[in-house]
Structures are given as structure tokens and as C-alpha cells.
Design a protein around this ligand. Sequence first.
Ligand code: NI
Length: 169
Amino acid sequence: MALLEIRKFPAPVLNKKATPVSVFDENLHKLIDDMVETMYAAPGVGLAAPQVGESKRLAVIDISSKDEKFPLIILINPSIVRAGGEVEFEEGCLSIPEYTARVKRSENLIVRALDRQGREFEIDASGLLAIALQHEIDHLDGLLLIDRISPIKREFFKKRFKKSQKTEK
Ligand code: NI
């Protein structure tokens, strides 16, 4: 296994709609394993393939914390089949370091996806898992959390980002 480079805003791959996975071979399994390792090392609760430069509809999620353990979820070609309620949560993203913003999401949802063998399964999610699923599926559609906040907040983010780029140089 190997750690992958996490692409940061404004890398173009993060804004691209990713392509469905159609081949479930060793290369895919290696990418999945590397993404899992990279997510745990970061550490993060989720990582989507575009974040490691692979424009594929694939993401890994593990919302476990110190106090509570949850299973690792591997999502391939996911789709939201039902969503309800509304919740607001302070989100962060490995591709936008040192930034968090409150994002409105559905409170509960059913997601249909394929596992690493290409078998279909469904997740009935609420709480943090529902938020993580929507965040990662957004990545597959080329959307970042800054695309989910108000235009004013987005402008503020972009100004702050430009400023930080200047001070780095
Ligand atoms: Ni993210």
C-alpha cells in the first residue's frame, strides 16, 4: 500500500464530474486500499478519488472517532435514492486545509452503491454518516463544500485564499 498525494483547492480535478467505475480489477482494489490508508493517515472521515487525482466515482468513508467505532465504507458509483430533513453542520475537507464552514445537508438518506466486487448495496444513513456521504458524493460531482455555502461566504473564502497564497510566496 502507499500514501497518495491529496490534491488541494484549486486543483482542476476537484471541479470535474468523475466517471463511473466499470472495471473491478486489481488496479481498482489497489487504488481503494491506498485511498483507505491515505484517509486514515490524514486523518479524515472520508476521501473521494478525485482528491487523489483519479476522476472516478469512488469514495471511502469511516466516521469512527476515539470513542465510537463504525465500519469502513467503500462506495463505488453511489447514488442518493432518497433524502429527507435538513441539518446544518460545520464541515471540513482534506482538500481545503484549515477551513471549515457550516453546510446545509439532508438529515437522512438512502444511498445505493457498489462494493469493491461490484455488488450492489444500500445504506440507510442519518447524522454524521449522512453528512459524510453527501460530502463525498459531492466530490464525485466536482463540488466542494465552498460550492455549498452562500456567495458572500464564498467570496470571503476566495479573498482569504488569495491572501494566503501571496504570503506563502
Ligand atoms: Ni472533502
